[in-house]
Design a protein around this ligand. Sequence first.
Ligand SMILES: [Fe+2]
Ligand SMILES: [Fe+2]
Length: 298
Amino acid sequence: MNAIVPINQDKKRKGLIGTVRTVASKTPKGMIPRIRRPQFEFAENDLPRYWWDNNPVKTLLLAAMSAGFPPGERFFIDSVRHYEKQITDPELKKAIKGFIGQEAHHSREHEMLNGFLQERGVDLARLENEILGFMNWMRKHLSPERQLAHTVAVEHFTALMAEEFLLKYDALDEMDPRMAPVWAWHAIEESEHKAVAFDVYRAVGGSEFARVTEMMLVSVLFPLFTSVHLVQLMKEDGQLTNMKAWGSTLNYMWGKPGVFRKLLPSYFKFYSPRFHPWNHDARDLVEKATQKWLGDWS
Ligand SMILES: [Fe+2]
Ligand SMILES: [Fe+2]
């Protein structure tokens, strides 16, 4: 198993040190990501093998993404933490703490979930190790600015997936009720902290060039990694030729309701110089989902 390597501290690569600015943010006042401490139990032997809509493609797609969360979220934390000391705005300082706390819990719970799925024969350990290898390459070779730009881009992806896919449509209702809460919780918190990395990036003077070009790279690499991993998992599960499952998933994503197709306009807004994650306010959706899925510990 790969070990995490520390973020590159090469002086020449620091670039943005000493350029902290106070920048007007569109993040709503008092929007501090709240650190919840859920302890999900993943021990249900009678959980259906395909726990989302009894569909192997949908289920293994989420499993493939889950494999990337522990190494990915540790990378996001470190890329933001690198600049934490330079931030002077007290609201943003608190938001950083909330962001780090939330992502740390996501990483932990998804590690448990991945371990549970591994025991059920879904080989996520190999996928996780591959993604960790890629993250380590970025830690070694990219500047801290570029690493933070990567986090900003992926956080836009995760906010889109959370708000305009998991919380908006029936995905959570279609999942086994023992599996839905962990995805609801993660989606809710991704929406709550969606602007933290962006606000830090702006405050430390991150360039528009790095932000936009990093999104272009992420837009190729994220779907590519995920698709390759999905195909591998489908093959290992003997489902590669299950055309019914592929067809209904493709229709769900790109046809009707076309959840991916419908989030494209929001995706493209990232490329505007006026982009801010809170230009899209999904607090109503998040509030409803919190009441429905998190109940007492919300
Ligand atoms: Fe997360
Ligand atoms: Fe996140």
